[in-house]
Design a binder for this molecule. Structure first.
Ligand code: SF4
Length: 319
């Protein structure tokens, strides 16, 4: 099915009219493998945000025909100008919109219609969606630092759109519906190939699961970035096996990082068990020191940001 969707995309735009968005992560590595087996000349594009693990950058360098594109602003500038990406895209957007509205209307943040819709548990919206979880994040409106959802747009989306405008190429992405509710909704609405959307996109792995990706890598013996470690089978008791005769009752996992993505992202930080920073402290101490250091010492001030969130949001973000 995935190959069929890729074929349809290439038939519409030609092999020179499409590209693979390649992050160096395992999903897009699988996608690139499938695409290049079918059409070896299709280019890949890597967005060099400066937030990727060094192992990922090194891995991407080992591929041919990959174009590196760079955003106009670096991450430090993005958090200074717009704000930190904390909790989730949805929550960060609400905080950003509330503060923007308050600035425009010169009123208290809690007097804006946006605050009422997003954070007031007594609002009409809250009554309509009683389990909606943003209400517990109202305290973020008092944060002594900026919060925003704009980082992904500026660091990744804008630059990809500019590349597409310059080259006329249409993107093939390795994203999956399983990853988020938004991706699932988009897949239900558009299917794998969104020919008619404002920015046409092909997502031919939409219906894959994480296990499908790991299985594909294992069975095809594909090289993935070293940060993932090895892929092993694990049974219900947690025993690990390099190989099995029968894969019934076992699942696959990576022995290193489960996911890669941006090193400094704080989306997901309130989820129980989130330990990205604590792991970075061990694995990448130089980068860890840089982000934790106060801004006036050239760092990104993460220690102060997390201490404030832990204290005021009653969280337990590890670092
Ligand atoms: S994943 Fe996080 S750090 Fe990376 S670009 Fe998006 S918001 Fe920024």
């Amino acid at each position: 099915m995935t190959k069929q969707r890729i074929r349809e995309w290439v038939q519409e735009y030609s092999a020179n009219g499409v590209y693979v968005s390649f992050s160096g992560g395992k999903d897009s590595t699988v996608l690139l493998h499938i695409v290049r087996e079918m059409y070896p000349s299709i280019p890949a594009v890597f967005c060099d945000t400066g937030l990727e693990y060094p192992e990922i950058r090194e891995f991407v360098r080992s591929f041919e025909n990959v174009e590196w594109i760079k955003p106009k602003l670096n991450f430090k500038k993005v958090i200074e100008e717009y704000g930190y990406p904390v909790i989730s895209k949805d929550v960060a957007q609400c905080v950003f919109d509330v503060s923007t509205q308050a600035r425009i209307r010169e009123c208290d943040k809690r007097e804006t219609p946006m605050w009422d819709r997003a954070f007031n548990p007594e609002s009409e919206y809250a009554k309509k969606y009683p389990t909606f979880s943003r209400y517990k994040y109202d305290y973020l409106n008092d944060a002594p630092f900026k919060i925003s959802h704009r980082c992904c747009d500026i660091m990744k989306k804008q630059i990809a759109k500019e590349y597409e405008k310059e080259t006329g190429r249409k993107v093939i992405l390795g994203t999956m519906a399983q990853e988020s509710r938004l991706r699932q909704t988009q897949w239900f609405a558009d299917g794998c190939n969104a020919f008619d959307s404002k920015r046409p996109k092909s997502k031919p792995m939409s219906f894959w699961t994480e296990q499908d990706v790991l299985k594909y890598i294992k069975h095809n013996n594909i090289k993935i970035a070293s940060i993932y470690g090895d892929i092993v089978y694990v049974d219900n008791d947690g025993n690990e096996y390099e190989n099995t005769i029968c894969d019934e009752g076992v699942s696959l996992k990576t022995t290193g990082a489960e996911r890669t993505g941006c090193m400094f992202c704080l989306f997901g930080c309130s989820i129980k068990g989130w330990d990205n920073l604590a792991r970075m402290k061990e694995s990448h101490p130089k980068q860890y020191d840089f982000i934790m250091r106060p801004s006036d010492q050239g760092g990104l001030n993460y220690k102060a940001v997390i201490d404030w969130m832990n204290e005021n949001g009653n969280l337990n973000i590890q670092y």
